[in-house]
Write a protein that binds this ligand. Structure first.
Ligand SMILES: Nc1ncnc2c1ncn2[C@@H]1O[C@H](COP(=O)(O)OP(=O)(O)O)[C@@H](O)[C@H]1O
Ligand SMILES: [Mg+2]
Length: 184
């Protein structure tokens, strides 16, 4: 894989991206010739009516969905699969139900693919407590997902996403309905 050029680092770009989903009765056009650039450090919001393709754009940046035509570029390179350089806040919290909040948030440190750093249990615990505190869940560390409200679960999912920043500073894709994504 080639190195990103300096001017491309951190940049997300869509170039003439179209997406048609196959379905009964023919294809469904979700996006047509969408182009935009998000520079490093910029926060971008995609606004539009239900069904106009907002989540499809995020899914393509994350590498979950491929464009039918056009290019999705991150750091100047075409996106071909998900990777730890991009974080995704799913519309459902998707916490692991058999783990406590603490262990859910520790999960990327313990099992993160491609992060390449060995963390001691103490370092992981310090990091987890930092992010639990940053989303206001310090007192909930030993609860299981089913013992928390939907909002608490979303905040725990956000903390699980942010903890990866310690290692690889992901670009964060956050679909609608997530007040938890507003960062102070
Ligand atoms: N996996 C899929 N299979 C078929 N159609 C899909 C799929 N995902 C999205 N679509 C369709 O693509 C269009 C855009 O969907 P989406 O990106 O979820 O919209 P938004 O997030 O703006 O509400 C909709 O018409 C939706 O039905
Ligand atoms: Mg959506």
């Amino acid at each position: 894989m080639s190195e990103a050029k300096g001017s491309d680092v951190g940049r997300i770009a869509l170039r003439d991206v179209s997406k048609t989903f196959d379905g009964r009765g023919g294809g469904r056009m979700a996006l047509e010739n969408v182009s935009f650039t998000v520079k490093a450090g910029e926060t971008a919001t995609v606004i539009g009516p239900t069904g106009c393709g907002k989540t499809t754009i995020l899914n393509m940046v994350a590498g979950f969905v491929a464009p039918t035509s056009g290019q999705v570029l991150v750091d100047g390179r075409p996106v071909i699969e998900p990777g730890p350089d991009r974080g995704f806040m799913f519309q459902r919290p998707t916490l692991l139900p058999w783990l406590t909040v603490f262990d859910n948030i520790a999960f990327p440190c313990r099992h993160g693919r491609g992060l390449g750093l060995q963390r001691s249990a103490t370092e992981i615990a310090v990091a987890v407590m930092h992010y639990l505190d940053s989303v206001g869940l310090s007192d909930a560390r030993d609860l299981y997902p089913h013992q928390m409200s939907g909002g608490m679960q979303s905040r725990a999912a956000l903390a699980r996403l942010l903890i990866a920043e310690r290692e690889c500073r992901p670009r964060i894709c956050c679909p609608s309905g997530h007040g938890a994504c507003r960062r102070s």
